[in-house]
Design a binder for this molecule. Structure first.
Ligand code: SF4
Length: 941
């Protein structure tokens, strides 16, 4: 823990200030009574006393630390600032962290559980009790479990905000029902990483890098961007060079040494050209590759007649990528050849201090986007910079997920609504296809939870979700667990208010840098009350209204599903300290902190605290590296006990034990290696070959569905980038944060001046953007910051509601009319933009923004990549000046066409249904909820 010196402050007048330490970071020993002057009382010096309690931001996945300042006079949270004792964020937050206070005080928030009083989507609601909710769902879920319909219970998550809690709950129930948003987010990038190293995320050590390559806008909005942005700048200040590949001049690109505005989908070609230069110019790390790449497997499988030597492998590699010349990459991408060569050399020279990251961006936009992360990791492999200081580690090396007590055994059940036979390699659940699968009669959902998830608005073809959610045969019972109204909650049977970041418990760890830490989100008012002697049995008793925390909801629900323990569920929700008693949320985390976090009990003891008290006090803990090392973990030598009964394959060195690969023998030493089938880095993926895609057995370049030659600008065609984030908004949960909407309240279409001239529009003019299934009408923003031939529109705005007063927060949403025509087409029109309104917050009467953006995702059909399963977001569109009668915010969608496009993309898959081994999916590939190995075999086996 970094010691932060207490600064002495003297007023400009020289007078010693009464509030002794107006330091930027209050020291923890004074968190129990922190004194500041009341800004509103200025120029009088009126002291305000606060108690400071740490928690974790819930507004993106980065899990930064926050400090809640609780006013001792009112017992209410006054503000949130950064927690300097959080190892990831180190006291710094983006705008969304402090805006948590808006979410707490939002006058539009839902405070009590609601039940629909009319038809689904009709907008009639009545207040109900949590007891009624719990009984209703418990009965429904219990019936599904007892009847053996364990694939009819589904939990569909947007922002998880925890590590492992729900997987344990679903495992205890024995259902295969974990669904996520990941295949509209990151599953493609994940897939590229997974086939290489068995972990599906990168963790760059930016602070110690000599060269950093980002295929994202990581200084402002990317994955874990705030903690990583800090380290990128640190690296730059120490001399690292930064290159950013992005067709849009993002804030990140503007800070880079090299802005590489590639044509979307061409990134893998550029990266492979760089790989070729590194190989040809002998800049690669031969010793690392010889030891850690599965080149022996490649040679044996693909070149059995050749000398099985490393040197021959390198020669073959150069042949294999001979076509990826700088000239070819330049032609595909639009980058100058000499820039590609220059950067390749700098990467080669950076060696083990080359850090690289891609996440959504190109990987999320393009057919075959997973080849981008795969080609990027190839550069890390060539430079031997995997898990080195200044390099890029698998995320699992920089993340720590402590085990809870009593882990449920995996269930013998497989849900084909999540992992259908067409997508055996899908990195995550095929969640965006659920409406089509239900329409096709592949199953039904008896109990459906959407949790901080808004598919009607977030997913492509949101109309398909409305049609699904309003069909009671397809989705029998639906509860939206959400802190805020959403377009999806409107179509639920129950809307269940759950806490924002300061109103719930969660345990989080993220790969923000080369370290392992855990962060403890806690309901700060509950902690405050308990510290002051008030008994709080459930968090909702301390939260506003009846806002529950989900951890307690799932414990309560599980007890009601299995009240007498006969289903074997209840035992997982009984106290580890008081046998037979219902688990309390404090006991759940107390057990983890006492038993599963190396070094925490010792650190706590030094301060005379229990591990739980330590986490409640600081909100985070960094595991000492001697207890949990973070670099080159593949080189951990296996202990004799781990080798008992093991066998070693002579050719590849793979060590197996009980049929599973456990390590690899290199130069006579047994190492742990990587969690891949070969235990090495898999340049050669036998998995892809064996599962129907032999042409992709090694890293390659897939032509995107929006490649340059497919777009004819002269005939009005453009490539639409609809994926970029704004640094100030959250996908679908910032509608309740007035400060954020004050900053960002429009998503105009970025158009290059040459294209604007061709189209005949200027900034502010209305455009019609036509996709395969419909169109939307938005304003143009003419800028040089976008590659010619490409238009871009942020996905963060365009929230809507159907009712004048209720539905999505009025800070953020336009009131719209949405209706289905006779022919199955749908139209949306703004009835009223964002308007001031009267509420308990006087700021609501001061709203000055009016339009609020346009909802573009409704006009996108699904584009599931046939291998990774990721929705390929980029679109080929026609852009023209608005037609007569078009109005801002108009949306038109033809759902019949949307279904046709789904079928076209489905036809690109290669289902693997009659395999000799009977497997539905490779056993080694990860799943968020992992059923028993037997469930991986299809029923026909
Ligand atoms: S980056 Fe911003 S939104 Fe994300 S966790 Fe950190 S403070 Fe919160």
């Amino acid at each position: 823990m970094t010691e932060i010196p207490l600064k002495q402050h003297i007023a400009p007048s020289g007078e010693q200030m009464t509030v002794r330490d107006l330091a930027s970071c209050p020291p923890p020993e004074r968190w129990h009574d922190w004194v500041e002057y009341d800004a509103r009382a200025w120029p009088r010096k009126v002291e305000k006393h606060y108690e400071i309690i740490p928690t974790i931001c819930f507004n993106c996945e980065a899990a930064c630390g926050l400090l809640a300042y609780i006013d001792k006079e009112t017992g209410r949270v006054k503000k949130f600032e950064g927690n300097p004792y959080h190892p990831g964020s180190r006291g710094r937050n983006c705008a969304k962290g402090p805006a948590t206070i808006n979410q707490v005080n939002d006058p539009e928030r839902i405070l009590y559980p609601l039940k629909r009083a009319g038809k689904r989507g009709e907008g009639k609601w009545e207040r109900t009790t949590w007891d009624e909710v719990l009984e209703t769902f418990a009965a429904r879920i219990r019936a599904a479990i007892v009847d053996g319909r364990r694939d009819e219970v589904m939990y569909h998550v947007g922002r998880p905000g925890h590590d492992g809690y729900m997987e344990r709950v679903l495992g205890a129930w024995g259902v295969d029902g974990h669904n996520s948003h990941t295949n509209v987010c990151s599953s493609s990038a994940r897939f590229g990483y997974q086939v290489w190293c068995g972990a599906d995320r990168p963790s760059p050590d930016h602070a110690n890098a000599r060269f950093i390559l980002l295929i994202s806008s990581h200084l402002e909005t990317g994955h874990y961007f705030n903690p990583q942005a800090q380290r990128i700048i640190e690296g730059k200040m120490k001399g690292a060079k930064l290159a950013v590949m992005d067709p849009r001049l993002s804030n990140t690109a503007s800070m880079a040494d090299y802005w590489l505005p590639t044509w979307p989908g061409s990134e893998a070609a550029v990266l492979l050209a760089m790989a070729r230069i590194i190989l040809v110019e002998n800049l690669y790390n031969g010793e690392y590759m010889r030891r850690w790449v599965n080149w022996q497997d490649f040679m044996a499988a693909e070149y059995p007649g050749e000398p099985q030597s490393f040197d021959r492998f390198i020669a073959l590699l150069i042949d294999l990528y001979a076509g990826f010349t700088p000239a070819f990459a330049a032609q595909e991408s639009g980058l100058p050849q000499e820039v590609i060569v220059d950067i390749a050399r700098q990467i080669g020279q950076a060696g083990t201090a080359f850090a690289a990251h891609t996440w959504r961006a190109a990987a999320a936009g393009n057919l075959g986007g997973w080849q981008v992360s795969r080609a990027l990791w190839f550069l890390s492999v060539l430079t031997g910079s995997i898990g080195t200081p200044g390099g890029t580690a698998p995320n699992s090396w920089n993340k720590y997920v402590p085990a809870p007590f009593l882990k449920p055994a995996p269930a013998e059940v497989w849900n084909e609504l999540l992992y259908p036979p067409e997508y055996p390699l899908a990195n995550y659940e095929m969640s965006m296809l659920l409406p089509y699968f239900l329409r096709e009669g592949r199953g039904k959902v008896a109990a459906y939870f959407t949790r901080v998830y808004n598919p009607v608005w977030t997913n492509p073809d949101g109309i398909a979700w409305i049609e699904m959610l309003t069909n009671e045969q397809q989705v029998e019972l639906h509860a939206a667990l959400t802190p805020v109204w959403s377009e999806t909650a409107w179509y639920a049977d129950y809307v269940l208010p759950v806490g924002v970041g300061s109103e719930r418990h969660d345990l989080m760890s993220q790969e923000t840098h080369a370290a392992r830490w855990i962060g403890f989100r806690q309901p700060v008012l509950r902690v405050y009350k308990e510290r002051h002697g008030e008994a709080v049995q459930y968090t909702y008793q301390a939260n506003p209204g009846e806002v529950w925390e989900e951890d307690e909801f799932w414990i309560e629900l599980s007890w009601r599903i299995d009240p007498d323990g006969s289903l074997g569920i209840r035992k997982y929700f009984e106290s580890p300290y008081q046998p037979g008693q219902k688990l309390t949320i404090e006991e759940y985390y107390r057990w983890i902190f006492e038993h599963s976090v190396p070094g925490l009990p010792e650190a706590a003891a030094k301060e005379d605290l229990s591990p739980l008290e330590y986490m409640q006090k600081y909100g985070a803990f960094e595991i000492p590296q001697e207890k949990a090392p973070v670099f080159v973990l593949n080189e951990r030598e296996l202990q004799p006990a781990e080798l008992e009964g093991a066998q070693v394959d002579e050719r590849s060195g793979k060590i197996t034990r009980g049929g599973s690969a456990v390590g690899v023998m290199i130069n006579g030493k047994a190492y742990e290696g990587f969690p891949t089938p070969s235990r090495k880095l898999e340049f050669y993926s036998a998995t892809l070959k064996e599962w129907g895609w032999p042409e992709y057995a090694v890293p390659g370049y897939t032509h995107s569905h929006v490649q340059r030659s497919a777009i004819d600008n002269e005939h009005g065609e453009y490539l639409l980038i609809p994926t970029f984030r704004l640094p100030t908004l959250i996908h679908t949960r910032s509608g309740n944060a007035k400060w954020l909407y004050e900053i960002s309240n429009a998503n105009p279409v970025w158009v290059h001046p040459t294209d604007a001239a061709r189209i005949g529009v200027e900034t502010g003019d209305l455009l019609r953007v036509t996709t395969e299934i419909g169109y939307y009408v938005n304003r143009a923003w003419v800028t040089d910051g976008i590659h010619p031939g490409i238009v871009a529109c942020s996905h963060h705005l365009g929230r809507w509601r159907l009712d004048a007063d209720a539905g999505t927060d009025r800070w953020a949403s336009a009131q719209v009319a949405l209706g289905r025509e006779q022919d199955g087409t749908w139209r949306m029109r703004h009835l009223q933009g964002i308007q001031p309104f009267e509420s308990t917050d006087p700021d609501s009467a001061r709203i000055f923004w009016r339009e609020g953006g346009v909802h573009q995702n409704l006009t996108f059909p699904v584009h599931p990549d046939p291998i990774s399963g990721m929705h390929c977001w980029h679109q080929k569109v026609t852009v023209e000046a608005a037609h007569a009668g078009d109005r801002y915010g108009d949306v038109f969608v033809d759902t019949n066409k949307a279904y046709e496009v789904y079928k076209q993309w489905l036809a690109m898959t290669r289902p693997q249904v009659n395999r000799a081994d009977g497997l539905r999916r490779p056993l080694w590939m990860i799943r968020p909820y992992r059923p028993a190995a037997g469930a991986f075999k299809s029923r026909s086996q």
